[in-house]
Ligand binder design. Structure first.
Ligand code: HEM
Length: 461
């Protein structure tokens, strides 16, 4: 796609407007379904959603996304909707934009580099296995377990290990995880209704303040302790304590707190929610499940899984990629147009919000063959070559692309392998399980599974 020339502005057309007041009832009752239908109606075209005073553009075709998130990313900062309320929780560092984000990102990047993640993988594996042991005790009662509760716990403990090492006990890690979930849930209405000014009270405001207090009461003492007793561990806090910014300075306590909490918010909920959907996907696609079970049995045997198994778990990785295509947990990636622009002949007005939704792009018939079919094979190495750039944006793209994408893949492969070497899942939630609107794309219903201990395995407990 040609980049806009100055004269393009003169010839550019206005985006087609979709008046949303006609959909008000449906938007209130089932916003996610209404949003999906709008995406289908747009069919890849740039449209403007008319919500009265708020008129965001919806950009869903891969080359248009490429332009916003990569080619002309400087014109589309992370400001306004979503980002402003989020900054009250995580500050303006890695979840922000501009000079300070440019200062922080190079300090964090090496922490997520393959070598560092590999060095800490064994600790993460041990944490996952401990949490699956806890799950084992519950599963053996034969009662259904809540996928949300259990997956959240496993993820929170393993990312806590990665972020702050073993500086807090299992109980405190649970409290920290709960406080972060509480804060992000309380923020949801401020994010979805981001046009409401801060001085108007909203549901969740008080819970949010309490959650911030709980988070700070745990994180600041951990930082103090880490300063007093430095370690050569590869966790994020230890590495950030030693890192220096481009100006040669080290981060202060508030900056460290913001980055640790920011990583939690970016990484924990999205990963946990993805792991909830996987039980739905396995239940709805028994042929896929059979292939996955076969691979895990062949590679991992009776378990437990180890770091060395990861490269062999190829189908498992393709399964996870497809999972995030169908259930795009990070369903909304908003930006603000700093200046006027033209995308493919359509005028974008300065100051407007531009919405990119992996959820919609991943369902476009013009981009994906049979987009509603769950087919991990589309991620086979020989089938990815012809795919358009920026058509798969589960982890975003461009300068803000997800730093934790490899960590998530590794963690999710290990969680699947650790659970499936011991159990066979049985979904108890009636289908269809539908998504609902929120900070991430969560299932609307409570997802419950019975984990049947495998009869072909004798697991010593
Ligand atoms: C299923 C799991 C995950 C999904 C779907 C996901 C999705 C995304 C998306 C869509 C973005 C781009 C945001 C934007 O362009 O504005 C992003 C950014 C980011 N993600 Fe993830 N993420 C996941 C897991 C993780 C994990 C495990 C971590 C950390 C441990 C993490 C850390 C980050 C960070 C730090 C950024 C901001 C990067 C920047 O702006 O420089 N994510 N993620």
């Amino acid at each position: 796609m040609a980049l806009p020339l100055d004269t393009d502005h003169l010839r550019a057309r206005q985006a087609r407007r979709i008046p949303l007041y006609r959909k008000t009832f449906q938007l209130l009752r089932d916003p996610m379904k209404a949003f999906g239908e709008i995406g289908v109606q747009a069919g890849g075209e740039i449209i403007q959603l008319d919500l009265g005073a708020f008129r965001p553009y919806l950009v869903s075709q891969p080359d248009h996304i490429h332009h916003v998130l990569r080619g002309n990313a400087a014109n589309y900062p992370r400001l306004g909707m979503f980002w402003r309320p989020l900054s009250t929780l995580v500050g303006y560092g890695i979840g922000g934009e501009g000079q300070y984000w440019e200062y922080i990102r190079p300090m964090l990047q090496p922490v997520f580099a393959g070598k560092n993640v590999a060095a800490i993988t064994d600790d993460i594996v041990a944490t996952i296995i401990d949490r699956v042991d806890d799950l084992d005790l519950k599963a053996r009662t034969g009662h259904p377990v809540s996928a949300e509760r259990e997956m959240t716990r496993i993820v929170q403990h393993s990312v806590t290990r990665f972020f702050i090492g073993d500086r807090i006990s299992v109980d405190v890690a649970d409290r920290l995880g709960d406080a972060i979930v509480s804060a992000t849930t309380a923020l949801a209405s401020r994010i979805v209704f981001s046009f409401v000014p801060d001085w108007i009270p909203m549901p969740g405001d008080r819970t949010f303040k309490r959650a911030i207090r709980d988070i700070d009461e745990i994180v600041f003492p951990v930082i103090e302790e880490a300063r007093r007793t430095p370690s050569d561990s590869r966790d994020v806090l230890s590495l950030l304590l030693q890192a220096r910014g481009a100006d040669g300075r080290r981060l202060d306590d508030q900056q460290l707190r913001d980055e640790i909490v920011g990583l939690f918010v970016a990484g924990a909920e999205s990963s946990a929610v993805a792991l909830i959907w996987l039980w739905v996907a396995l239940d709805e696609n028994p042929h896929v499940a059979a292939k996955l079970y076969e691979e895990i049995d062949r590679v991992v045997g009776e378990g437990p899984p180890r770091r060395s198994h990861l490269t062999e778990l190829r189908y498992t990785k393709m399964f996870l990629q497809e999972l995030l295509r169908m259930y795009s947990v990070g369903w909304m990636v908003p930006r603000k147009a700093a200046g006027d622009d033209v995308i493919d002949g359509v005028h974008i007005t300065a100051g407007a919000t531009v919405l990119i939704s992996p959820f919609i792009t991943h369902q476009l018939e013009s981009v994906w063959e049979n987009p509603h079919v769950f087919d991990p094979e589309r991620f086979a190495p020989n089938r990815q070559d012809g795919r358009q750039a920026s058509s798969y944006v589960a982890f975003g793209t461009g300068p803000h692309q997800c730093l934790g994408r490899h960590l998530f893949m590794m963690e999710a492969q290990l969680v699947l392998a650790a659970i499936l070497t011991r159990f066979r899942p049985d979904l108890r939630t009636p289908s269809p399980v539908e998504p609902r609107i929120g900070l991430s794309l969560k299932p609307r219903q409570e997802v419950e599974i019975v984990l049947h201990p495998r009869q072909d395995r004798v697991v010593e407990k």
